[in-house]
Write a protein that binds this ligand. Structure first.
Ligand code: HSE
Length: 357
């Protein structure tokens, strides 16, 4: 079986995914019997390329790294000639991977890409938080109506499978609270600050490592965490929170003295996301808090993220792992694609072979 992929956005995440696909293509074919074929790319700045036989990933990466452009790829065209909306409507594309940057005000351009892809009967895998945070209910209903999959593992905790855990592993359980650390950049900065590194230097390091958003204000002022909180609340606690429903405070007002003061009380300062049911409502916040060393969240350092899911059947479950980075986010896309493959390869009377590990 083959899945033909159209990729929108060749920034840090898109490039990380292409690199991982190049590395894992053979393994995926051997283990899952799937030819994951990247047939098209559309990037507003770098240009567009399409080849139904599959693009040459190594060549694409080489060109994109050297000239910051896919335009040099044989047969590539300007974005205006093959735009993202042309790509999502292309017959030769089965799955659209949407990896454009998050916009938490409008959800664009990701929202339109995803809606058009679903309307055109394509499965969608996205890492873009805006459309899922703002329009999840509508997009989920559209996907269901069209009989296609909408997957978004990479939107929260990158490749650490917290979305799959909530969806697949906790089927039947009621999730009553989710609390944790969901922004890698700020956790990295706070960890470096606790070792004595000044704020600015720690932020630069996080940017160099590909953790930060294109505009790091989204990370340090807590907006990125707010987007993730909205996703978790709206997907798992059935709420319909808007941006203004989430209490928000970033880390820019914190000083080294605040961090030292917490340490004197056997605590660490963490940017904590908290979503809970309270009197029939869902309450959510993102705030720096003093977390006592007795709390597992106090030991989640660097770019690591962690979430504690409280449930009515198994109590609390902690999931911890990478929260950002191109390779980890590439893994999220890959696992969503393989999940789609596993379900598509099914026969209602037979367990699909691709579901066996
Ligand atoms: N900028 C985000 C973070 C990337 O630092 O966690 C993943 O959404």
């Amino acid at each position: 079986m083959e899945l033909r992929i159209g990729l929108i956005g060749l920034g840090t995440v898109g490039t990380g995914f292409v690199k991982l696909l190049l590395e894992k293509h053979g393994h995926i074919k051997g283990r899952y019997g799937l030819d994951l074929r990247l047939v098209g790319i559309a990037d507003l700045v770098k240009g567009s390329a399409y080849d139904e036989r599959g693009l040459d990933l190594a060549r694409l990466l080489e060109l994109s790294e050297r000239e910051d452009s896919v335009l040099a790829y044989p047969g590539a065209v300007e974005f205006q000639q093959l735009g993202s909306l042309d790509l999502v409507r292309e017959d030769g594309v089965d799955v659209v991977v949407e990896a454009t940057p998050t916009n938490l005000r409008t959800g664009e351009p990701g929202y339109t890409h995803i809606r058009e892809a679903l309307e055109n009967g394509k499965h969608v895998v996205t890492t873009n938080k805006g459309p899922i945070a703002l329009r999840y209910k509508e997009l989920r209903e559209l996907a269901a109506r069209k009989g296609v999959f909408l997957r978004f593992e990479g939107t929260v905790m990158s490749g650490t499978p917290c979305i799959s855990m909530g969806f697949e592993c906790l089927r039947g359980a009621e999730i009553t609270r989710i609390r944790g650390i969901v922004n890698g950049t700020t956790n990295f900065i706070l960890t470096e600050m606790s070792k004595g590194m000044p704020y600015e230097q720690a932020l630069r390091k996080a940017q160099e490592l590909g953790y930060a958003e294109p505009d790091p204000t989204a990370d340090v002022e807590g907006w990125d965490a707010v987007a993730k909180v909205m996703i978790l609340a709206n997907v798992f606690l059935g709420s319909q929170l808007t941006v203004s429903d989430v209490e928000r405070e970033g880390i820019t007002g914190l000083t080294l003295e605040d961090i030292r003061a917490a340490e004197r009380e056997d605590a660490k300062v963490k940017l904590v996301a908290d979503i809970r049911r309270e009197g029939g409502h869902v309450k959510a916040s993102v705030k720096p808090r003093r977390v006592p060393l007795s709390d597992p969240l106090a030991h989640v350092d660097g770019v690591l993220n962690a979430l504690i899911f409280s449930t009515d059947t198994v109590g609390d479950i902690l999931i911890m792992g990478a929260g950002a980075g191109p390779r980890a986010t590439g893994q999220a896309i890959l696992s969503d694609l393989l999940w789609i493959h596993a379900y598509l390869s099914g026969d209602p009377k037979k367990a699909p072979r691709a579901l066996f590990p």
